[in-house]
Design a protein around this ligand. Structure first.
Ligand code: PLP
Length: 445
C-alpha cells in the first residue's frame, strides 16, 4: 500500500481524470479487467513500444492492447495500408463481399493448416460464439466442454469457471461449472462441462462419460496465453474428440501469430475442426475470424437451403470491415518476411532470460513461463502446468513487482502477462531489464 501511495502521488492527472470518468462511465472503465487499484493509468499517446500517460510518464508497453499490437503502436506499414483503404474504399465493407476479404481469406487458409473456409466477425467473443453454434448444429448436442481457467470472451456459454474461487469449484480432477458473472442464466452453467487442463486421465473419463451431450470441446492451446498444453495431451484430445464425434475448437485469439505465425495448430501439428482468431489478425483494429473444416463451416452457407432451420445463422453489420482487414494483412505480410517473426521470439527469449537471471541474483521466487512472443512472470518456483497450480503464486509479491515496474517505466497492467512486438528492440529490452533490476533490488529491501 505504500507502493500504491507512491503510484497515486506520481499520477495526479490520472487520479483526477479517473475521478471524473467514474461518473459518466460505469466504474470509469470500458471493460472490468481494465480496472486496478487505486485507479488505472489513463493513457493519452502511443508510438512504437511506448505508451505515454496523462501525467507525461513514458512506459515500455507489454500489454499491447491485450496482445493485439504485434507490430507495436502506429507501425508505418499499418498506417500506409489503412490510409490506402481509407482513401480508396472509405471505411465500409459495403454490406457486401469485397476483394480485400478474399485476399485475407486466402492468406489465412494458406497459413492455418485446418482452414478450408473462414468467416469474419468483429471480435474474439463473436468468433467463439459462432464456432460453438456451428458445433451444436453439426452434432445436435447441447453442452459445451471447456477447461477450467480458460477465457473465450464475454458471452454466457464460456463465462463459466474462467476464474473460479477454488473452494467453490469442486475437486481438481472433476471441476464444477461456476459462472463468472452475475446475470448469467443458469441454463449455461447446467450445459457446461468443465475439464482440468493437462490432466489427460480426468479429461478422458469426463468426455467419455458425457459424450452424448457434448457438442464441442473449446480450448486455449496455452492457458491464459502462457501455460502450454502438453503435446501428448493435445494429440490425445484430437483423437478422442474425433472418436466421440465432438467438435474440437482451438481458441487461438491469443496464440494465433504469437506462438507461431500459423498458431498453436502449426506449433503442435494438431488440427482442430474449428478455430477462433482475433487480436493480432486485425492489426490493432476490431476483428474476429472463425476458420475450419468445410464440412462444418458450410452449415452456415446460405447456398445450402432457403429454410432458416437448415442453416446456421451468422451476421454482423461490420463483418469484413476493410480497415481491420488491411491492418491485419499488413501485419501478416510483415511477419511472413524471413526472420521477422523469429526476431520477435529471439527478443522475447533475451528478455525472459534476463528476468530469470535477475531473479536468481536477487534470490526471489520468480520465473518466466510461455512460448513464442508471450510470457508471464510467476511468483512461485514450482512447476506450473495446471490451472490450479497458479494458486502457488505469491500474488502480493507479483503486485509489488508490478507497481515498482510502473514506477520504473514498464507497463503490462498488474498481474497481467507480457506480449512483445516488432517495436521491442534491444533498447527497449535493456530499459526493461534495468527496470526489473531496480524493482527487484527494491523488493529485497
Ligand atoms: N478468446 C481468447 C483466448 C481471448 O484472449 C480473448 C480476449 O482476450 C477472447 C477470446 C475475446 O476476444 P475479444 O476481446 O476480441 O472479444
Amino acid at each position: 500500500s505504500s507502493l500504491q501511495h507512491t503510484f497515486q502521488e506520481n499520477r495526479p492527472n490520472s487520479a483526477s481524470f479517473f475521478e471524473q470518468a467514474k461518473h459518466s462511465m460505469t466504474g470509469g472503465v470500458n471493460g472490468n479487467l481494465r480496472y486496478f487499484a487505486p485507479f488505472p493509468i489513463i493513457f493519452e499517446k502511443a508510438k512504437n513500444a511506448t505508451l505515454i500517460d496523462v501525467d507525461g510518464h513514458p512506459y515500455v508497453d507489454y500489454l499491447l492492447s491485450y496482445g493485439a499490437l504485434m507490430l507495436g503502436h502506429a507501425h508505418p506499414d499499418i498506417l500506409k495500408a489503412v490510409e490506402r483503404v481509407w482513401s480508396e474504399q472509405g471505411t465500409s465493407s459495403f454490406g457486401a463481399t469485397h476483394p480485400l476479404e478474399l485476399e485475407m481469406a486466402e492468406e489465412l487458409i494458406t497459413l492455418f493448416p485446418s482452414f478450408d473456409q473462414i468467416r469474419f466477425t468483429n471480435s474474439g467473443l463473436e468468433a467463439t460464439l459462432f464456432s460453438l453454434r456451428l458445433a451444436m448444429a453439426a452434432t445436435g448436442r447441447t453442452h459445451v466442454a471447456k477447461f477450467e481457467g480458460h477465457y473465450h470472451g464475454a458471452h454466457d456459454h464460456v463465462l463459466q469457471s474462467v476464474n473460479p474461487e477454488a473452494h467453490a469449484a469442486g475437486a481438481s480432477e472433476e471441476p464444477m461449472a461456476v459462472p463468472d458473472s452475475l446475470g448469467s442464466p443458469d441454463y449455461y452453467r447446467q450445459h457446461s462441462v468443465i475439464l482440468p487442463f493437462n490432466d489427460w486421465n480426468a479429461c478422458e473419463r469426463i468426455l467419455t462419460d458425457r459424450a452424448q451431450e457434448i457438442a464441442a470441446v473449446i480450448m486455449e492451446p496455452m492457458l491464459s496465453g502462457y501455460i502450454a498444453a502438453d503435446p501428448q495431451f493435445m494429440k490425445n484430445l484430437r483423437e478422442l474428440t474425433t472418436q466421440l464425434g465432438i467438435i474440437l475448437i482451438f481458441d487461438e485469439v491469443k496464440t494465433g501469430f504469437r506462438i507461431e505465425v500459423g498458431g498453436a495448430q502449426t506449433y503442435y501439428g494438431v488440427e482442430p475442426d474449428l478455430t477462433a482468431l482475433g487480436k493480432v489478425v486485425g492489426g490493432g483494429f476490431p476483428i474476429g475470424i472463425v476458420g475450419g473444416k468445410q464440412s462444418v463451416m458450410e452449415l452456415a452457407s446460405p447456398l445450402r437451403s432457403n429454410k432458416k432451420t437448415e442453416v446456421v445463422f451468422h451476421s454482423g453489420t461490420f463483418n469484413g470491415n476493410p480497415l481491420s482487414i488491411a491492418a491485419g494483412l499488413a501485419t501478416i505480410r510483415y511477419l511472413k518476411q524471413p526472420g521477422r517473426f523469429d526476431q520477435i521470439v529471439q527478443h522475447t527469449h533475451e528478455l525472459r532470460s534476463g528476468i530469470d537471471a535477475l531473479a536468481k541474483q536477487y534470490e526471489l521466487p520468480l520465473q518466466t513461463i510461455g512460448i513464442g512472443t508471450i510470457f508471464n512472470v510467476l511468483t512461485t518456483e514450482k512447476t506450473v502446468q495446471h490451472y490450479r497450480d497458479l494458486g502457488a503464486n505469491h500474488n502480493q509479491l507479483r503486485l509489488a513487482l508490478d507497481y515498482l515496474l510502473m514506477e520504473n517505466g514498464v507497463y503490462s497492467k498488474p498481474l497481467n502477462r507480457f506480449s512483445l512486438s516488432a517495436a521491442h528492440g534491444p533498447d527497449e529490452i535493456k530499459a526493461t531489464l534495468d527496470a526489473f533490476e531496480k524493482s527487484m533490488a527494491a523488493l529485497k529491501k
